[in-house]
Write a protein that binds this ligand. Structure first.
Ligand code: NAD
Length: 258
């Protein structure tokens, strides 16, 4: 049976790599995220070209519960129920806590945490009816440890770890698993673009920006790739991973071992 995967925030970075990995398995894919219409068309065509499943795009804004409900209802109406839900959409804002803008706090909690509550509650009845489902939440090393100036992000990522565990316990006997992936620093286009700029402004080499600035806290001194995260998501969605639930898998180059 063709599986259907909804991946939030999949127009770029980790979400797009996960969408591509699932598309290659023949799954139907529901893409979501922001971008210019021609970019979104190109991404949709690209992902559709990778496998035999159908690929659609839904523009739901993850700060808006009614749009999230429409995303999930659209997926169910188009493909039957959702088999695999990847909660990936996420944003960051960096400021000390007493100066942290209230609207940024609310936005980050909405996108990085509450949106997953809304997608999960919509997906579960269908998964329960089928007796099979996979919920994969893209948390972060910041779901386990903190860094200064990232209060909303760290709070949301710790929150998603708790939501993951609670959901896993509630559906443990229904053939559904819920897990988080906790990546360290992943080389996404956004990060890649910052390397030459930082080298210029700091007067150091690009290699020094990577090892001494960006990957200071990541013992391997290497970025994680989006493909590595996607491959872990594929594994967590497999039948082999049926007994992994209510937990997280770190892929952080040793960051949280320190
Ligand atoms: P990215 O900026 O490349 O992608 C984020 C995606 O989310 C994009 O598709 C964007 O359009 C979408 N998005 C943003 N706001 C949205 C909204 N309101 N509604 C719908 N979609 C929205 O980022 P990324 O680095 O690929 O991050 C993906 C996830 O991985 C995030 O949850 C992030 O916290 C997590 N993560 C990233 C890293 C890293 O180093 N890149 C490390 C750990 C965890």
């Amino acid at each position: 049976m063709t599986k259907t995967a909804v991946i939030t925030g999949s127009t770029s970075g980790i979400g797009l790599a996960i969408a591509k990995a699932f598309a290659k398995t023949g799954a139907n894919i529901v893409l979501n995220g922001f971008g210019a219409p021609d970019e979104i068309r190109a991404v949709t065509d690209d992902v559709a070209g990778l496998g035999s499943g159908t690929v659609i795009y839904h523009p739901a804004d993850m700060t808006k519960p009614d749009e999230i409900a429409d995303l999930m209802a659209t997926a169910a109406a188009r493909f039957g129920e959702v088999d695999i839900l990847v909660n990936n959409a996420g944003v960051q804002y960096v400021e000390k806590v007493e100066d942290f803008p209230v609207e940024q706090w609310d936005r980050i909690i909405a996108i990085n945490l509450s949106s997953s509550f809304h997608t999960i509650r919509a997906a579960l009845p269908g998964m329960k009816a089928k007796g099979w489902g996979r919920i994969i939440n893209i948390a972060s090393a910041h779901g386990l440890v903190a860094s200064p100036f990232k209060s909303a992000y760290v709070a949301a990522k710790h929150g998603i770890m708790g939501l993951t565990k609670t959901v896993a316990l509630e559906v443990a006997e229904s053939g559904i698993t819920a897990n988080s992936i906790c990546p360290g620093y992943v080389l996404t286009p956004l990060v890649e673009k910052q390397i030459p700029d930082q080298a210029r402004t700091r007067g150091i080499t690009e290699a020094q920006v990577v090892s001494d600035v960006m990957l200071k806290g990541q013992p391997t001194k290497k970025f994680i790739t989006v493909e590595q995260v996607a491959s872990l998501a594929l594994y967590l969605a497999s039948d082999d991973a049926a007994q992994i639930t209510g937990t997280h898998v770190s892929m952080d180059g040793g960051w949280t071992a320190q």
